[in-house]
Design a protein around this ligand. Structure first.
Ligand SMILES: [Cu+2]
Length: 665
C-alpha cells in the first residue's frame, strides 16, 4: 500500500513539469437513466449544488429520490424509494464493490470522493438493473470519460472551510491532456472535529479524517481503440459514529480498473467497452475511545472483489440496443474477538461473516425503440447466476447450529424485466413503466452471525435458506411546461414478495451484553411501498426563479405493521437569484411529523422540522485563471432537529458558515 502511495505521489510531481495551456470543458454524455450530474466540481451553474467541495453524500442527499441514512457525520448510507443498500445495486462505473463492515459503517459511496467522479446515474426500480440485480433501484458512480482534449496541462486547487466542526478540505488536481495520451492525478483531504447540533450542543464521536487520491490515464491505440487505467486509493481514519457503540480506526479501499474502448460509426457494433477490475477494502472497528463499554471488542472486516464487464451499443434503424455481460467474484470476511473485563476469563472469537465467496455472472439487454417523433417504447431484461459459498469450516459449523441441514454452497438464478413507454409533445411529456426484479439476500442477511444492530438493539442471525426477494413495480411520470412554468409529478409503487426482515426468536439469547434479544432474518409474505413527488418551478425573469417539491411516502408489510425507514411528508422550496458571475439561493427544507413510524421495528416518532439555508456564489476570471467562490450559511436559525433517517435520533448540524474556493490555472 505504501509503495502505491509513493508511486501516485511521484506521478503527481512529474505532471507539474508539463507546460500549461487553456482549460478544457467537461463532457457530458446522455444515457437513458435519470441522472444527477454531479461532478464538474468547479462549475458555478450546477443545479442546487451549493458547495463545490461537497462530499458525495451531500450531493446524493440533494436528489429528490435519495435519502441518506446517518449513523454519524461520515459514510452515510443511500436509500432509494425507501429501500436501503441491500435492495439497491450500487456500483462504481459498473464495477461491483462491497463494504467490509457488518454494521453498515462503510457504504461504498464512502470510498469515493467528488474528485474521482464525473456523475452519478440514478435508476429507480428496474431502471437500475443495468449493472446488477436490485429491487429498489441502482446507483452508478461514474468515472470521468477519456480526456484526449489536447489541452496540455491544467492545474486546479481547492480550499474549503466550515465553522461547524472546524471542517477543512483541501484538494489538488493535475491534468495533462494530449491527443493520444492523457493523465489526471487528483488528491483531496478532509478533516472535521465533532460538529455542533442546534444551540451549540456538541455531538461527541462525530469527528472524521480522510484522504483520497486517484489517478486516471489513457492512451489512444488507434482511431477506434483506446485504453484507460484508473486507480483510486481512499483512506479514512478516526471516524466517529455517535449512533453506534463503536467507531472506526481505519476504512481503506483500493479500487483499480483497466478499460478498453472501441468506437466506430461504420460497424454494426457502434461501441464496445470492456473492463477488468479489482478492489479491496479493509475495515477496522474500534471502541478504544469509548470510556465505558460492557466488553472490549475487535471487529475487523475485509472485502475483495474481482470482476469484469463488456458493454456493447448497437444503433440500427429505429432501435438502440445495449448489451452488458458481466461477472464478479467477492470474498467477504469479518471477525469478532471479545476481551472480558475479567482477564481470567478466556477471549471469545467468532466469524461474523464466515468467509463468504459470492460468484455472479449475468447478462443484460435493452432495446429502445423509437415508434415515432413523440413515442418511445423500451424493454430490458437481466438474467444471472448467483452462488454463495462458505469457505470457513468453523463458520459453516457455527451456522449449522441453527440450520443443521446447511450445505457450504447455495445457487440462485435471478431475473429482471422492465418496460417503459414515453410520450413527448411540445408542452408536456409522460411515461409509464412496469418492472419485475429479484435479489439474493446480502451476506449479512444470509450468513451474518450475531450482528448487533443498535437501531432496534437486537443481535441478528442470517438465514441462508431464504428465497430470493422479488418486486413487482409500476411507475408514472408526467411533466408540463409552458413559458416560464414547469410542473412535474412522479410516482412509483412496489409490491415486494418474500420481503426480508428480522424476526424475533425468543428461544435464543443474544451475544451482545444489554441487547433486547435475537432476530433471525426471515421474510414477510409481502410488503408494499408507494411514493409520489410533485415539483413546480416558475421563472419570473432570467434573474429570478422559484421552485418547490413536495413528497409523500408509504410502506406497509403483510403483518399489517408499517415498514421502518419510510420517509414522512417532505418539502423543499427555493428562491434563486442569478446574474452574470453571481448567484444566490435561499432554501427552506423540511419534513412533516413522522406519524406512521414503525414501533414494531424499533422506530420512534420523529417530530416535524424545517431548516433555512442561504447559498451564494461568485465567479472571477483573470487572463490565465478562473476562481470560483462559494459561501453561505446552512441552518441559519440554528434549529435543533433530527430526521427519520438519523439512527438513534442523533441530532443534525446546527448553524454552519462555509466557504469554498476553487482556482483553475
Ligand atoms: Cu464497522
Amino acid at each position: 500500500m505504501k509503495r502505491h502511495i509513493i508511486c501516485v505521489l511521484s506521478l503527481f510531481c512529474s505532471t507539474f513539469i508539463f507546460a500549461q495551456s487553456e482549460e478544457s470543458t467537461v463532457k457530458k454524455d446522455t444515457t437513458f437513466l435519470e441522472e444527477i450530474t454531479v461532478i464538474a466540481r468547479r462549475k458555478l451553474s450546477n443545479y442546487r449544488q451549493e458547495k463545490t467541495l461537497s462530499s458525495i453524500d451531500d450531493y446524493l442527499e440533494k436528489s429528490n429520490k435519495i435519502t441518506m441514512i446517518k449513523r454519524g457525520n461520515y459514510a452515510w448510507e443511500p436509500a432509494l424509494n425507501n429501500m436501503n443498500s441491500e435492495r439497491l445495486n450500487v456500483t462504481i462505473d459498473g464495477m461491483q464493490i462491497f463494504g467490509a463492515c457488518t454494521d453498515k459503517m462503510d457504504p461504498i459511496t464512502s470510498y469515493v470522493d467528488v474528485s474521482n467522479l464525473q456523475k452519478v446515474s440514478v435508476g429507480s426500480g428496474q431502471e437500475g438493473a443495468e449493472n446488477g440485480h436490485c429491487v429498489g433501484g441502482g446507483l452508478d458512480l461514474q468515472l470521468p470519460n477519456s480526456k484526449f482534449f489536447d489541452s496540455g496541462l491544467k492545474t486546479s486547487v481547492d480550499f474549503g472551510y466550515e465553522t461547524n466542526g472546524n471542517y477543512k478540505t483541501t484538494g489538488l488536481d493535475l491534468e495533462y491532456s494530449g491527443d493520444k495520451f492523457y493523465m489526471n492525478a487528483d488528491g483531496i483531504y478532509r478533516k472535521s472535529d465533532n460538529y455542533d447540533a442546534g444551540n451549540n450542543s456538541e455531538v461527541i464521536y462525530s469527528q472524521f479524517e480522510k484522504y483520497n487520491i486517484s489517478l486516471q490515464t489513457g492512451y489512444k491505440l488507434s482511431e477506434n481503440h483506446t485504453l484507460d487505467a484508473n486507480v483510486i486509493y481512499d483512506k479514512a481514519t478516526d471516524v466517529g459514529y455517535p449512533a453506534l457503540p463503536m467507531d472506526v480506526s481505519l476504512a481503506e479501499a483500493l479500487i483499480t480498473s483497466v478499460t478498453h474502448h472501441f468506437n466506430s460509426d461504420s460497424t454494426l457494433v457502434n461501441s464496445l467497452e470492456s473492463k477488468l477490475y479489482f478492489n479491496t477494502i479493509t475495515h477496522i472497528m474500534d471502541d478504544s475511545k469509548r470510556p465505558i463499554v460492557p466488553i472490549r471488542m475487535d471487529m475487523p472486516g475485509w472485502s475483495d472483489t474481482y470482476g469484469f464487464y463488456s458493454k456493447a451499443k448497437i444503433q440500427k434503424h429505429k432501435h438502440a440496443f445495449s448489451l452488458n455481460f458481466n461477472g464478479f467474484y467477492n470474498r467477504s470476511l469479518a471477525e469478532m474477538t471479545m476481551y472480558p473485563n475479567d482477564s481470567n476469563q478466556p477471549e471469545m472469537f467468532m466469524y461474523t461473516w464466515p468467509d463468504i465467496r459470492t460468484l455472479y455472472t449475468g447478462i443484460y439487454a435493452k432495446d429502445v425503440f423509437v415508434l415515432n417523433e413523440n413515442k418511445t417504447l423500451s424493454a430490458s431484461v437481466r438474467f444471472g447466476f448467483h452462488q454463495n459459498k462458505i469457505a470457513e469450516e468453523v463458520g459453516l459449523e457455527s451456522l449449522q447450529i441453527f440450520y443443521p441441514e446447511l450445505n457450504d454452497s447455495k445457487n440462485r438464478f435471478l431475473s429482471s424485466f422492465s418496460t417503459d413507454y414515453t410520450f413527448k409533445k411540445e408542452h408536456f411529456d409522460y411515461s409509464f413503466g412496469l418492472g419485475y426484479g429479484e435479489r439474493a439476500p446480502s451476506v449479512s442477511e444470509g450468513y451474518g452471525f450475531f450482528l448487533f444492530n443498535s437501531f432496534d438493539n437486537f443481535d441478528y442471525i442470517g438465514n441462508p435458506t431464504m428465497k430470493n426477494e422479488k418486486a413487482l413495480e409500476g411507475n408514472v411520470k408526467a411533466n408540463y411546461h409552458k413559458n416560464k412554468l414547469h410542473i412535474g409529478i412522479e410516482s412509483s409503487y412496489f409490491h415486494l414478495m418474500d420481503y426480508i426482515v428480522g424476526n424475533i426468536d425468543n428461544t435464543l439469547s443474544p451475544m451482545t451484553i444489554g441487547a433486547n434479544g435475537i432476530k433471525v432474518y426471515n421474510a414477510l409474505a409481502y410488503a408494499t411501498i408507494f411514493d409520489v413527488y410533485v415539483n413546480a418551478s416558475y421563472a419570473f425573469s432570467k434573474t429570478i426563479s422559484v421552485n418547490g417539491t413536495v413528497g409523500y411516502n408509504y410502506g406497509k408489510g403483510s403483518n399489517n405493521e408499517s415498514l421502518a425507514s419510510i420517509k414522512p411528508f417532505s418539502y423543499l422550496a427555493e428562491f434563486n437569484y442569478n446574474i452574470k458571475r453571481f448567484n444566490a439561493a435561499l432554501q427552506l427544507e423540511g419534513n412533516g411529523n413522522q406519524s406512521k413510524y414503525s414501533n414494531f421495528y424499533g422506530e420512534d416518532e420523529t417530530p416535524a422540522y424545517a431548516v433555512l439555508n442561504l447559498n451564494l456564489g461568485n465567479e472571477l476570471y483573470t487572463k490565465h485563471s478562473k476562481f470560483l467562490l462559494k459561501y453561505g450559511v446552512e441552518n441559519i436559525l440554528d434549529t435543533s432537529y433530527s430526521t427519520y433517517a438519523d439512527w438513534n435520533n442523533i441530532p443534525r448540524q446546527g448553524r454552519n458558515f462555509y466557504l469554498n474556493i476553487s482556482a483553475v490555472f
